[in-house]
Design a protein around this ligand. Structure first.
Ligand code: SIN
Length: 323
């Protein structure tokens, strides 16, 4: 069955979902990003049915292990998504991605794409395509069901039967198939036998200034340099001082607890801020967020994890440069 005129685009970027190993039982000694996205789709029976009969269009945007994700792949991915989303025949976009940096890509795309009326659904796998029990095919089926769901919108991630919004989703386990969580916020819903059951609304549309970011990233020749440093027992300011000497433009600090910092690291960060480096405090705690206090000298990440705060800070600096 094919619904005439409706299309779901599947953009491949690599990851374990496209990984292969020499031994079928080997779930860790494999190579990610080996199987093309068209081949992945062809191997899943019932995919077009899960897509509500829409025509499926596969496109290989990259073929990488997502630990190697970089800004140029993000730029290409955002541009391909935007172009397909503008096509009235396209009802949604599915992206196959590695699990390791999926949450960063999800947050990035949620900040630069106009997804007010259509969904962009990231999916992945923890077991390679050659595993005895690969999780990729079911995740693809579930992602397709979400992309085809009535009213679906925003950037969401689908894995292990759960649907996660971009703000809270986080990889929380390096091995288990159930590797993602939205922490205290919980998943937006689930996919059960091809049916989407939501308990929260689809993600909010980004604010208009975030949408402006798309125009900038489309042309950005050079991305701002933003690094992440960690507070820990015995922390010093040495790393921050070195980064400033090296021309860093932004630093996200993964603080202890409620945004606290070793006094030596704090002194170096304040000095960095004084010379124009943008500094943002996040927390290294797995749940919760930094609660700001009046008079805080360093701004907080407004609930974003360190890796997502880095994405937002890069976009913010880009916007500042073009203003
Ligand atoms: C990757 O992130 O590309 C490799 C790991 C995975 O997908 O699980």
């Amino acid at each position: 069955m094919q619904v005439s005129g409706q299309k779901i685009v599947v953009l491949g970027t690599g990851g374990t979902i496209a990984g292969t190993s020499a031994q079928a039982g080997d779930n860790i000694g494999y190579t990610a990003a080996q199987v093309g996205v068209a081949q992945l789709l062809a191997a899943v029976p019932g995919l077009q049915h899960a897509a509500g009969g829409a025509e499926l269009h596969a496109e290989q945007v990259a073929q990488i292990d997502s630990k190697d994700m970089d800004m140029s792949v993000w730029q290409t991915l955002a541009l391909r998504c935007a172009q397909h989303l503008q096509d009235p025949a396209v009802t949604g976009v599915v992206i196959t991605h590695g699990t390791d940096t999926l949450e960063e890509t999800a947050w990035f795309l949620s900040q630069v794409l106009d997804v007010r009326c259509k969904p962009v659904v990231l999916t992945c796998a923890m077991r390679p395509a050659t595993a005895l029990t690969p999780d990729g095919p079911q995740n693809l089926l579930d992602a397709m069901a979400v992309a085809a769901a009535q009213g679906a919108r925003g950037v969401v991630s689908v894995a292990a039967g759960e649907i996660h919004g971009p703000r809270h989703v986080q990889k929380v386990h390096p091995y288990r198939v159930h590797a993602f969580s939205s922490g205290e916020a919980g998943p937006l819903g689930w996919v059960e036998e091809g049916v989407v059951r939501l308990v929260q609304d689809w993600p909010l549309a980004p604010n208009p200034s975030a949408l402006n970011a798309f125009k900038m990233i489309a042309n950005a020749p050079l991305w701002p340099r933003v690094e992440i440093v960690l507070n820990h027992a015995g922390a010093s300011g040495a790393m921050v001082d070195a980064l400033v000497r090296d021309g860093v433009q932004g630093i996200v600090v993964a603080c202890t607890g409620n945004g606290t910092l070793h006094h030596a690291l704090e002194a170096a960060l304040l000095k960095a801020q004084d010379v124009g480096v943008r500094v943002v405090r996040s927390t290294r705690c797995a749940q919760g967020q930094v609660l700001p206090k009046p008079g805080d000298a360093l701004p907080d990440s407004q609930g974003l994890s360190p890796v997502k705060a880095r994405v937002s800070l890069m976009l913010d600096i880009l916007q500042g440069q073009s203003a």
